[in-house]
Ligand binder design. Sequence first.
Ligand code: ASP
Length: 441
Amino acid sequence: MSDKKKKMALHWKILIGMVLGLLIGIIAVKIDGADSHTAKQLVTDWIKPFGKIFINMLKLIAMPLIIASLIKGVSDLQDISKLSKMGFRTIAIYVATTVIAVTIGLVLVNTFQPGTGVSDATRDSLISKYAGEATQRISAASKQADKGPLQALVDIVPSNFFEAAADNRNMLQVIFFAVFFGIGLILIPPEKAQPVKDFFDGFNEVVLKLVDLIMLMAPFGVLALLAGLVVDAPSADLFKALLSYSLTVVAGLSVLIIFFYPAMVKLFTGKSPKFFFKGIAPAQLLAFSTSSSAATLPVTMERVEEHLGVDKEVTSFVLPVGATINMDGTSLYQAVAAVFIAQVMGIHLGLEAQLSIVITATLASIGSAAVPGAGMVMLVIVLNAAGIPEAGLALIFAVDRPLDMMRTIANVTGDATVSMIVAKSVDKLHEPKPKEWDDFA
Ligand code: ASP
């Protein structure tokens, strides 16, 4: 025990990795100055690939983890009515938190009016500079919008399990199969079900151990990711032009992360903010570094189960579903971005347009994939609904990545919060007990 105390907590190690990564990136940019690329190239060739390897490792275990833990989790429920009770609560709370997030975003963007400070010259130069990138996002979004109203439902049911499991974007399809399989397991005689359950139980332990092992490399992984991001970042001038917009998004996300979620946790489960943040911090830092709730999912699951005390029966369902459909940070960002673009373009948005933003941003965040930049593609749909020109997307392109990193923290924290609340409501929240062989505190 005393041995364990001496070890530095994981979130500190990750933070140190992040700071070092930023420093390496900044130094490379400074060494190169305006016309050289040598130092930046060195970072791109020799450091950045380790970030990619780290993300790949995380993604690699996401599918096996969902399959094993969900089948085990559902079959442990014993009866199907428990599952539908939990499912209904989960979806209802997810939608409620998303609507609250969009509303916070709308209040802030209407109060601060960040779009009114952008000069016509900046607007025109941003639009011409990023028009190409904006068009790409717009055509990606139009593919989504062309589908019929029930397409989202059809998309959840795979026609082939292996095809579904072969692509991390099909998480909802795999969730569907695992829940379906778990239900079958509940319905067969216990003596037949037991060996199957034992298998998935053991399988799940192995995957969680793999999460532990991958997390040992997390400080180095985030170092590589951030160093790579800094050398690829556009010039700081653009950030300045978009400063008040960025600050509005960050302010909204901070309200969610620092006040709203801990308050919900305290109110519904009685757990303190300190307990909550200590448990979830490594997942938050990883969300920031990877910009992907899907890549962070294995770590979120491990932290919520072993450090926040939520039973596997709950996490195995609530967290993978949340990673795919619950994106409070993304919906808040979409609301702020849509109104900001309208402000810059001199379009007045009445109550009706703002309400349509609440509805479409909620739906668009549900439809956004849990990968970097997905929120921006779905923003096109929000812009369409509110009658704002799609080309306005070019205005916010330059600062999207850092804001994506921030909104992913909110997305992951929101999932963890809801899983605690659902767990409490079905009496599945207990004192956390990290495994004896857990390598990090
Ligand atoms: N990167 C976000 C996530 O994975 C989605 C987005 O807002 O782009 O949660």
